[in-house]
Write a protein of this length. Structure first.
Length: 367
């Protein structure tokens, strides 16, 4: 599948490996804030662009990594299809490769799955400048270790993603958003109870608004199923366009809750059944309780991480002020067995540390 832009990238990777330098892969730069600060020379992916195959009837699209995410989503929308995991955009210019490398999903993640669940196959250039292909264009192509999915969330530390095949889905025929006035504890109890029932749950978000707790619940599915769920659950049904704009703002972190946060934004990943956490401030709770955002002043990271661990989860410093270095690492400390696995993967794909592995974990050196 080599073409001029890919050959140029391969030559650049090989030359960098020979010189002992480091490359930091860059797509649209919309997630530059995420993870540890980039080090090394930028390897731009903008030239690796284009949809190489799209079969709407097969629900599969194959696209080069530098393709703008907005361009892909517009193409899918023309066919009444979508990326159901709602990858966050944050700003214009994000790319498909950046979507995979960051591994981030939007409000529907708890109901429909994550980025990696829709990744069928990937073409990768490793740290030796070799072109490797994993998976394919159907789920049954996967045998043994599913290397394609390992790349989701790898932050460019294992190689340059050149092309990816993604499973897509039809847009749901019906959607409705309900709102309920309730406390955080009551919201978690309701979500856990609803999760055990045959309801077309798609996304949820609890936050404080004007000093009172509000739970928003999005339903998606067949028309009959959505209407029946609305009748069963009650709540206040929201205007469709206004609700859609609200979910979009949550997806892209343009919601007023994010604007009102303090100097650091923390993402706590915990079991959905975890109770209200022992942490200061009212969070924004998503993913039916599984993702909880906290705005915090610098220096509170250890307390938030302790609260997440006590609930059986972990915490990530998602954003911090560009002009203010945080004393906390962006990602939580790995356990010794998991660190060994990460180290082995990095050394297998990139033995000379050509790619900026410090972007993900500064403590994992080459070999």
């Amino acid at each position: 599948m080599e073409f001029p832009a890919l050959r140029e990238a391969i030559e650049r990777i090989r030359a960098t490996a020979a010189d002992g330098r480091t490359l930091s892969i860059r797509g649209g730069g919309t997630k530059a804030f995420y993870g540890e600060p980039a080090r090394g020379e930028a390897l731009e992916t903008a030239a690796l662009r284009g949809v190489t195959s799209y079969e709407p009837s097969e629900l599969v699209v194959t696209v080069r990594a530098g393709t703008p995410l907005a361009e892909l989503e517009a193409l899918l929308a023309e066919q009444g299809q979508c990326l159901p995991f709602e990858p966050p955009r944050f700003a214009p210019g994000g790319t498909v490769g950046g979507m995979i490398a960051a591994g981030l999903s939007g409000p529907a993640r708890a109901s429909v799955g994550a980025v990696r669940d829709y990744l069928l196959g990937v073409t990768l250039v490793n740290g030796r400048g070799e072109v490797l292909t994993f998976g394919g264009q159907v789920m049954k192509n996967v045998a043994g270790y599913d290397v394609s999915r390992v790349l989701a969330g790898s932050m460019g530390t294992l190689g340059l993603i050149a092309e990816a095949s993604l499973k897509v889905l039809p847009v749901a025929p019906a959607e409705a958003t309900l709102e309920f006035a309730c406390s955080q504890a009551d919201a978690l109890e309701l979500l856990n109870e609803w999760g055990g029932r045959p309801l077309p749950l798609n996304a949820s978000a609890w936050r404080e608004r004007d000093g009172a707790g509000v739970l928003s619940l999005r339903l998606r599915g067949a028309v009959a199923a959505v209407e029946a769920a609305c009748a069963q659950l009650g709540g206040e049904r929201q205007d469709r366009d206004r609700a859609a704009a609200g979910w979009q703002s949550l997806r892209d972190q343009q919601h007023p809750w994010f604007a009102a946060g303090e100097g650091e934004l923390w993402r706590l990943s915990v079991p959905q059944t975890a109770p209200v956490l022992a942490a200061d401030g009212a969070p924004l709770v998503e993913w039916h309780g599984g993702q909880r955002w906290y705005g915090s002043a610098p220096g509170q990271g250890s307390r938030l991480r302790a609260a997440a661990r006590a609930a059986g989860g972990h915490a990530t410093l998602f954003r911090c002020a560009a002009d203010r270095a945080s004393t906390a690492g962006r990602f939580d400390t790995l356990s010794a067995p998991i660190e060994r696995i990460h180290r082995a993967l990095m050394n297998e794909f990139d033995p000379h540390a050509v790619f900026d592995r410090a972007r993900l974990y500064p403590t994992i050196p080459a070999n």
